[in-house]
Structures are given as C-alpha cells and as structure tokens.
Design a protein around this ligand. Structure first.
Ligand code: NAD
Ligand code: ZN
Ligand code: ZN
Length: 347
C-alpha cells in the first residue's frame, strides 16, 4: 500500500516548487521507505531547481539530499538496518557495486550512480525511498536537524580536506564559507590545520573567525591571492566551495608551490587555468565529489565526537521556496534545515 505525504516537486526549471500530496510506493527489495523529519537545503538543490548544469535532472522531481528520518518499511533483502532505525539520505543514492570504481572504494565515481534529489526523488518530502546499502547511519549524539547538513556539506568538505593531502600544522584556505565552507573551517581546525577563510560576505567571514579561521579575507575588497602568498607563502591546500568562477582562478593563485587546489563548488561555466603557474609550481588541481559511504560515516562520527556542526536555521518544509530564495540571495549564514511535521501525512 503506498503512503501519501507532502512532497515539494520541481515541475519546471527556475520556478517555485509545487507543494503537493504525493504517493510513495512500497519499498522494493533492498529498499527502504523513510519518514523524513529534517532535510538540509544545499546550493546544489538550487542548481537543480534552476536547471543550471549541463546535465539537468529529469522533470518532475523532488530535490533534497541531506535528509534524515526513520525507516517505516524495509523491503525484502535489506541488511544492516531495520524498521525504526534513524538513517540519512545522501547525494550518492546508489551505485552499481561492480565497476572498477565501485570495486576500489570510489563508488562516488560510478558511471551508473544515481543521485538523490537529482536523478531520483530526494528528501524535500514527508517520505522518501532509498536503497538500504547507501544510507548514512546517524550517531546517537546528533539530533536529526544537526545530522542533516553532514549528509552533504559535512561529508563533501571532510572528503575535500582529505583530498587536499594536508597535514596538521599546514595552512589550508577555504574559499567560500557558506553551508559547505563553514563545515570545512571546523573540520580543518579539528585536524590541526591553520585556516584562511575567503568570502565576499563580511558576516560569513566573522562567523568563520568565530569557528577558528586565523586569517579572513574579503575577495570583494582585496587581492586575496596576493595576501595569502605574502602572509603565509601560499596555502598548502585550497578548497573552493565558492559559487563564483573568479574564485576558482584566485584559488589556484593562492596555492603554495607543490600544493593542492581542490575544486568543489559547481557554478556553471569554465575558468582559465594559468598553465605556467601550474607547471612551474607543480600544483595539483583536483575535483572532489561528495564522499563515499566510508567518508560519510567518518564525517558523521567526527561531528558527533568533536562538536563540528552547521550554523542551522530551521523552518518547515512548507517554506521550501522561501529557503531557496534566501540561498539564491546569499542570505543564508550556514544551512537552512527544513523540518517535517507529518501532520498531513497518512499511513
Ligand atoms: P552557499 O551558497 O551556502 O555558499 C557559497 C559561498 O560562496 C557563499 O558564502 C558566498 O558568499 C561565497 N562566494 C560567492 N562568491 C565568492 C567569491 N568570489 N569568493 C569567495 N566566496 C564567494 O553554497 P553551498 O551549499 O556551500 O554550496 C557551494 C557550492 O558547492 C555549490 O556550487 C554546490 O553545488 C557545490 N557542491 C558541490 C559538492 C561536490 O560534491 N563537489 C557538494 C555539495 C555542494
Ligand atoms: Zn549538497
Ligand atoms: Zn559502479
């Protein structure tokens, strides 16, 4: 028997989501039906809803990939979780489990991967279906609302810091200290790194300072790359989460000789790579996409144990369009987490 509940459905790009009563079918073998209680709103949801990227999500779809909820029905052949367990629904919804990337612990790169809230319906709803083998397991110390942003902002920046190949005592620059960048600053501090935060918003930079950034730079007011080079000789690792192409060029110029610049943000378009800098300084420029299931469990545990949390503003699922507008206007300081009352749902 399908259940009914509220879903926020994208029916056209660049239009408000439609809040509709939606039917959620029974879980298939290996699948879970999850009653959602909280979901973070990532800038990727905005790219999805606006149809920003070259490969667009098939319409109609329900966005959302930072969902937390309780399993209400488990399909046959589900192992490791059961009805009543609290789980997280991340961006990496599933992968094939058989290709060279899946077999070597790089399931995020699987060509047959499905993405929650993009190629499949996501968590902006009172219920969602999810393959059991790919859900996150939420540590008891995290509330649903606290756990939600870790499902994407947390795991993505935790992984990006690992990909930056930096060690305690070195400098890392985080360009863009919004939803993702704020988590990156905190994880970096926890890892014993010296942190430089770069943004175009002074409020976000104040917050980054509060969270432990030693140097904060406003890219609207100064030549940030020159400052990073003159103050610390360049950052050993740079993580770019900024939704701005100019920030990517600046990030490469901030990188120290032999350093690594990790590209995470996904503003549509291209940016020029300064070939002479890359070759003569032996720079590594590397993309990084969310994280594997292992990275996700690490990010959740580190947050649970060390207190790394988003600055969270909660509001009801029904206000999802307002949340997207705030994000579009750059007004969200950390993460908006939508909460579900389940008042209108029927089992
Ligand atoms: P956000 O809107 O919360 O934060 C973006 C930040 O970039 C803001 O603080 C903004 O002020 C800042 N910014 C804008 N222009 C800048 C500039 N020129 N220099 C420095 N900072 C600047 O967004 P978010 O949720 O943190 O997502 C950020 C980006 O990361 C999005 O493009 C999103 O799609 C992408 N993303 C990628 C992955 C991945 O796996 N690679 C995962 C999640 C999100
Ligand atoms: Zn995301
Ligand atoms: Zn695969």
């Amino acid at each position: 028997m399908p259940v009914k509940g509220l879903g926020a459905v994208a029916r056209a790009f660049h239009r408000p989501l439609c809040l509709e009563e939606t039917a959620f079918r029974d879980p298939e073998p290996g699948e879970l039906l999850v009653r959602m209680s909280a979901t973070g709103v990532c800038h990727t949801d905005l790219h999805a809803v606006d149809g920003d990227w070259p490969v667009k999500p098939p319409l109609p779809f329900i966005p959302g990939h930072e969902g937390v909820g309780v399993i209400v029905k488990a399909g046959r052949e589900v192992h490791g979780v059961k009805e009543g367990d609290r789980v997280g629904l991340p961006w990496l919804r599933t992968a094939c489990g058989e290709c060279e990337w899946c077999l070597t612990g790089w399931e995020t790169l699987c060509p047959r991967a499905a993405y929650g809230g993009y190629t499949a319906n996501g968590s902006f709803a009172e219920y969602a279906l999810a393959p059991a083998a790919y859900v996150g397991h939420i540590p008891a110390r995290l509330t649903d609302v606290e756990a939600a942003p870790i499902l994407c902002a947390g795991v993505t920046t935790w992984k990006a810091l690992k990909e930056a190949e930096v060690t305690a005592g070195q400098w890392v620059a985080i360009s863009g200290v919004g939803g993702l960048g704020q988590m990156a600053v905190q994880y970096a501090v926890t890892m014993g790194l010296h942190v430089i935060a770069v943004d175009v918003s002074s409020e976000k930079l104040w917050r980054a300072k509060d969270l432990g950034a030693e140097i904060t730079l406003n890219a609207r007011e100064e030549d940030v790359a020159r400052r990073v080079q003159s103050e610390v000789g360049g950052a050993h690792g740079v993580i770019v989460t900024a939704v701005s192409l100019t920030a990517f060029r600046e990030a490469i110029a901030m990188t120290r000789r032999k350093g690594t610049c990790v590209l995470v943000g996904l503003p549509p378009g291209e940016f020029p790579v300064p070939l002479f800098d890359v070759v003569l300084k032996r720079l590594t420029i590397r993309g990084s996409l969310v994280g594997t299931r292992e990275d996700l469990q690490e990010a959740l545990s580190v947050s649970a144990e060390s207190g790394v949390r988003s600055r969270i503003q909660t509001q009801p699922l029904e206000t999802v369009n307002d949340a997207l507008d705030q994000l579009r206007a750059g007004k969200v300081e950390g993460r908006i987490v939508l909460t579900m009352s389940q008042g209108s749902s029927v089992l």
